[in-house]
Write a protein that binds this ligand. Sequence first.
Ligand code: 5GP
Ligand code: ZN
Length: 138
Amino acid sequence: MRDDNCIFCKIANGEIPSATLYEDEDFRVILDLGPAAKGHALILPKEHYPNLYELPDELAKKDIVLAKKMITKMTRVLGCDGYNVVQNNGASAGQTVFHFHMHLIPRYENDDAGFGWNIGELSDADKEDILTKIKEIN
Ligand code: 5GP
Ligand code: ZN
């Protein structure tokens, strides 16, 4: 399944050229055009799925195994000190291209890639609410 209006469908399937680090029958791994740090890459499935909610389990399994392989190799290529593996779902979560993709972002000591969030505190009310509701959902 492809979406004719989707830029990542075109890139993943080679219709638009990209800096490709790896390719197999299911995925293409490319360098991000707007890198958060040197070596920032994206894993793109060749089929169109808008987000992780929609991604079939088999591809999800392959995707994380591929992420592991890629960051292992790229750590040797780049000499980076760590990796953020990031995946955004929905505009509110920062997703801008609605074709599932996983970000592989190399980190260097003292870099200014700037990932993080404001640390809150788990309230008893939130904890009870969530623990009650999760049990009601299969
Ligand atoms: P999102 O915000 O959806 O999680 O991530 C989209 C990512 O795709 C961004 O990091 C952005 O820089 C990257 N990107 C958007 N368009 C292109 C493109 O045409 N080519 C490449 N290589 N990266 C792109
Ligand atoms: Zn697509």
